[in-house]
Design a protein around this ligand. Structure first.
Ligand SMILES: C[S@@+](CC[C@H](N)C(=O)[O-])C[C@H]1O[C@@H](n2cnc3c(N)ncnc32)[C@H](O)[C@@H]1O
Length: 324
């Protein structure tokens, strides 16, 4: 049957992209050999879906074992390593959770969201529904391993394509600052792509910082440093004044109030990748433009992309800015 063949290192990113585009045929078992993974497809993917190392091939797939799995359509969920995260009522969750564990081979635990993301650390509570009782897992993407506790730290697998985009922009030898670094996913993906770069990942949540330190060790990277501090304090660190060639700011709710820190840390010509919630790309840019002008810095707009929904009327945008 029609399959997407991708290198093993791209498996999680490709799976997510296929799910997002309804291209993954969930009635069949995903297959792999030593170097590739084969995803059964519902139809031919559009040309702009493909990456240079991915190809569409004919590949035999077995139907999912067990009549319970056959033809089953699962609700929208996030899979973070061995943990599936679902929404909805307790009753629905109890019904579907055993099937999720049975039919998705990588999943060992099913959690249900117990509320929205809250507080400065952007964490969320979960109910354990089925399977192994843990909130901790190791997630793989873009060739790196990311260990985390989903209830103590912010992490979104939905940003994996965005992390790959940023890593592809980074040039040899750059100094890169990831502000609001969480468990360090941006820093790790950049470190993998650019061994000659110097990267810092700055995070205030002690749990997220501890996982960032652990993840740097787990991936054996020597080009990333995790800093446990409030980003605001960086303005007191002489060492980082005019240091950064690139600054990544994934704090979409409050990012405007930290643009002064980015201006302090940036070298002339530095690139900022700023994540912000807004109702349109125009509004996203205008919120940032007002503050950048107030700070009296020269800047140039390089582009704006939507990278996720927040509510029916609000999206997360990333605005790329060059400081002059
Ligand atoms: C939206 S999350 C992004 C995390 C990570 N970059 C990622 O993509 O997974 C924002 C992070 O900023 C951290 N944070 C919030 N305010 C902060 C501050 N003033 N200084 C440092 N970190 C902060 C939160 O704890 C949280 O981990």
């Amino acid at each position: 049957m029609l399959s997407l063949k991708v290198p093993l290192r791209d498996a999680e990113r490709a799976r997510r992209a296929l799910v997002d585009s309804s291209l993954l045929d969930r009635d069949y078992v995903v297959d792999k050999d030593k170097q590739h993974i084969f995803f059964p497809l519902t139809r031919e993917p559009p040309a702009n879906f493909m990456e240079s190392s991915w190809s569409v091939v004919e590949h035999p797939h077995n139907k999912l074992a067990g009549s319970e799995c056959r033809g089953l359509k699962f609700p929208a969920m996030d899979i973070v390593g061995t943990i599936a995260i679902i929404e909805g009522s307790e009753e629905e969750a109890r019904k579907i959770a055993p099937l999720i564990v049975k039919c998705i081979p990588s999943v060992e635990t099913v959690l249900r969201k117990a509320g929205p993301m809250e507080g400065q650390f952007r964490t969320r509570k979960f109910f354990h529904v089925f399977g192994k009782e843990t909130m901790e897992t190791v997630y793989k993407e873009n060739g790196v391993r990311i260990s985390l506790d989903v209830s103590k730290t912010y992490f979104s697998p939905r940003l994996s394509t965005e992390r790959a985009r940023i890593a592809a922009l980074v040039r040899k030898g750059e100094n890169v600052a990831v502000l609001f670094g969480g468990v360090a996913p941006f820093a790790l993906v950049i470190a993998k792509k650019c061994p000659s770069c110097n990267i810092i990942s700055v995070e205030l949540n002690e749990d997220a910082h501890s996982y960032a330190v652990k993840n740097i060790e787990l991936n054996k990277f020597t080009n990333v440093k995790a800093l446990h501090m409030d980003v605001k304090e960086l303005k007191r660190a002489d060492k980082y004044k005019g240091w950064a060639d690139r600054i990544i700011m994934p704090l979409p709710k409050d990012v405007v109030s930290f643009l002064d820190v980015a201006a302090y840390m940036a070298r002339p010509g530095a690139t900022l990748h700023i994540y912000i919630f807004a109702s349109s790309p125009k509004e996203a840019l205008s919120l940032l433009a007002t503050k950048l002008d107030e700070l009296n810095v020269g800047w140039e707009h390089m582009g704006t992309r939507e990278c996720g929904n927040y509510s029916p009327t609000t999206s997360r945008y990333v605005v790329d800015i060059k400081l002059l």
